[in-house]
Design a protein. Structure first.
Length: 189
């Protein structure tokens, strides 16, 4: 049921896609612009979105006549592109310029933390891992998201921009490798 290796893989995949450390400059900018960010609320809303899509994503796919394998391949492609963004420092996925008054929900919880990349990744993960391992991976990431949101200013001062750039590149390479693995897995079935 629970397998440490799978939990670790799921956690790393989600951590790379969510890229909470790489988003600290955005989080700090949102905090400066709006005055405050409610870390608990952002984490809770992100969790609801992630768990909702994990359990209802299949039904949503069936509604559109899609199968999990096709969505897993699409998710692997999205993960690949996110990895390319992280490594090359380019912006493929443009943020939606929404209201600047409530940054806790939009854009922080959705789409920054639990956006399209996270949702497609969850569907892709369902094709390769069991629900219990994915659930634990989500919970681990939600805890990390909360900790990072709570300590974003402290982290910025300690790690610095150069440190975050290095972390972003390392996780980008890991994400590319995982995306290729998921992509290959769908063609070997």
């Amino acid at each position: 049921m629970f397998q440490f290796k799978d939990i670790l893989s799921v956690s790393l995949i989600l951590f790379s896609v969510i890229d909470i450390l790489g988003n600290i400059p955005i989080i700090i900018n949102l905090r400066k612009r709006t005055g405050t960010i409610e870390s608990g609320k952002a984490t809770l809303v992100s969790g609801i979105i992630m768990f909702g899509f994990l359990f209802l994503g299949g039904r949503i796919l069936r509604l559109f006549g899609l199968d999990a394998a096709s969505f897993a391949i699409a998710g692997a492609i999205v993960m690949f592109l996110i990895g390319m963004e992280m490594i090359l420092g380019i912006e493929i996925f443009k943020p939606d310029p929404e209201s600047e008054t409530d940054a806790t929900i939009v854009p922080l919880a959705f789409p920054l933390i639990a956006g399209a990349g996270t949702m497609t990744t969850l569907i892709s993960l369902r094709a390769a891992y069991s629900y219990p391992n994915i659930i634990v991976g989500i919970v681990i990431n939600l805890i990390l998201v909360y900790i990072v949101l709570k300590s974003s200013v402290w982290l910025e001062n300690k790690i610095g921009k150069a440190g975050f750039n290095i972390l972003r590149k390392v996780f980008g390479i890991i994400l590319l490798a995982i995306a290729i693995k998921l992509f290959k897995a769908q063609f070997t079935l």
